[in-house]
Design a protein around this ligand. Structure first.
Ligand code: NDP
Length: 459
């Protein structure tokens, strides 16, 4: 018979184990605040797993999972249009391959550093596991700023970046994709260089490719659509829907644009979106065709929107977007864009559901505000997993040398998002945190990877 005393001992042992690993990570990886934040968010919620299943502790699962299998940092020299030599830093982190080849995007943004790539790579392990697809966790990028660069400069940078990366990736080893600053154009240049250096047409070595050379229909839409499908499941569970709701979506990139498209199709109205300079507020509903034209085609600033819609407002700065009253909030720009204060404002303005389209857009304090106030909260690793899930479907099509229709891929994406929701809801209930999808996602994501690591032995 288990006594109360025994149970509290088990809880304490599990807590001490988790805290010990968190402290060790901080000691070993100093000056990496984003990585520490991701580690704390995930590890704290795993205590119930180690309490119930000490076998994972005995196998040192946590100590192993927090240490990347491989981390590559490299010089990326290139020549700008004025003939001047520029040098950037490239990163690829191959975090965990227990359930499949490393998989995760490349981010080109001046803020990129080892801490950011590590937080993204670590989160990716759990996210990829939740998709049910056979993909491990990885991430990469560079502190290169694509903004204001000519097409030729982008090409030369991508070629130089791949001139080092190609020796570390392969369709069965590590499969990068896009992320902030890396879209179809960049993937095209990266793929061309890989093909040239390897003298092999490995269609599955990168995802997010153009449709003409191995890309999947619905990949462009997948992350934004998937986030909305996920939020729809949270709403449905409470007898609610998108119909007639007001939404605020930050960002105006790939994720934001297709989140707005899908939520509009489901009957909601997006009234605001943003870029890294500021946000627009259009009470009549965002003119998505114009946003696509400005951001996808002309690569202009979102401030230009008001030149076409003078009745809309433009505000400098990003945080103000969360002061706009809404029932649905979808942060789809970048990490830590919703802090405690913004979360409190959203709550007092009546937000019902928050779906994280971006990676780690809410601070730990903001998440607490949402959870403590009964807001339906879809954490990034679940809510935005649709992108990588369809990347895995792109790999499957590449391996089979076939191409599915848009409807087929979108249908599979929809099923995957429903399945993720059910999986993490069940895990949250099974481990004693009903309604807490943050805990549910971390636990469900871990279990599959941890079991595979147990099977593989200590490696
Ligand atoms: P894009 O580069 O297409 O768009 C990013 C958007 O966010 C742009 O509007 C950009 O503005 C804005 N932004 C970038 N940095 C900042 C910042 N520091 N402050 C405020 N706004 C900023 O990227 P994605 O849409 O692909 O990615 C957005 C988020 O979604 C990221 O967190 C990414 O990791 C995550 N994600 C993306 C997936 C995908 O499939 N693309 C998959 C899963 C997650 P500006 O134009 O001024 O740079």
């Amino acid at each position: 018979m288990t006594t109360l005393q025994q149970t509290s001992n088990e809880v304490q042992v599990a807590k001490d184990y988790v805290n010990g690993v968190i402290q060790e990570v901080k000691k070993r990886n100093p000056n990496e605040p984003e990585f520490h934040q991701a580690i704390k968010e995930i590890l704290d919620s795993l205590v119930p797993v180690f309490e119930k299943q000490p076998k994972y502790m005995e196998a040192g699962i946590l100590e192993r999972i927090v240490e990347p299998e491989r981390q590559i940092m490299f010089r990326v020299p290139w020549v700008d249009d004025n003939g001047k030599v520029q040098v950037n830093r490239g990163f690829r982190i191959q975090f965990n391959s227990a359930i499949g080849p490393y998989k995760g995007g490349l981010r080109f943004h001046p803020s990129v550093n080892a801490s950011i790539i590590k937080f993204l790579g670590f989160e990716q392990i759990f996210k990829n596991s939740l998709t049910g697809q056979p993909i491990g966790g990885g991430k990469g990028g560079s502190d290169f700023d694509p903004k204001g660069k000519s097409d030729a400069e982008i090409m030369r940078f991508c070629q130089s970046f791949m001139s080092e990366l190609y020796r570390h990736i392969d369709q069965d080893t590590d499969v990068p994709a896009g992320d902030i600053g890396v879209g179809g154009r960049e993937i095209g240049y990266l793929f061309g260089q890989y093909k040239k250096l390897r003298n092999q047409y490995q269609a599955g070595v990168l995802t997010g490719k153009g449709l003409g050379y191995g890309g999947s229909l619905a990949r462009t839409e997948a992350t934004g659509y998937g986030t909305v499908y996920f939020v729809n499941e949270m709403l449905k569970d409470k007898g609610l829907s998108f119909e007639g709701k007001t939404a605020v979506v930050s960002g105006s990139g790939n994720v934001a644009i297709y989140a707005i498209e899908k939520l509009t199709q489901l009957g909601a109205t997006a009234v605001a979106c943003s870029d890294s300079n500021g946000y627009i507020y259009d009470k009549n509903g965002i003119d998505l065709a114009l946003v696509k034209q400005l951001k996808e085609v002309e690569r202009k600033r979102i401030s230009e929107y008001v030149n076409y819609h003078p009745e809309a407002e433009y505000h400098e700065g990003c945080a103000g977007i969360w002061t706009i009253p809404c029932e649905i909030a979808l942060p789809c720009a970048t990490q830590n864009e919703i802090d405690e204060e913004s979360a409190k404002t959203l709550v007092s303005n009546g937000v019902i559901a928050v779906g994280e389209g971006a990676n780690m857009p809410s601070t730990l304090e903001a998440i607490d505000v949402f959870l403590n106030n009964g807001v339906l909260f879809g954490p990034a690793k679940a809510a935005n997993a649709g992108g990588v899930a369809v990347s895995a479907l792109e790999m499957a099509q590449n391996s089979a040398r076939i191409a599915w229709s848009f409807e087929e891929v979108d249908g599979k994406l929809h099923d995957i998002m429903i399945n993720i929701y059910q999986q993490i809801k069940n895990a949250s209930e099974e481990f004693g945190y009903p309604g807490n999808l943050v805990v549910g996602a971390n636990i469900a994501g871990l279990l599959k990877v941890a079991d595979a690591m147990l099977f593989h032995g200590i490696i």
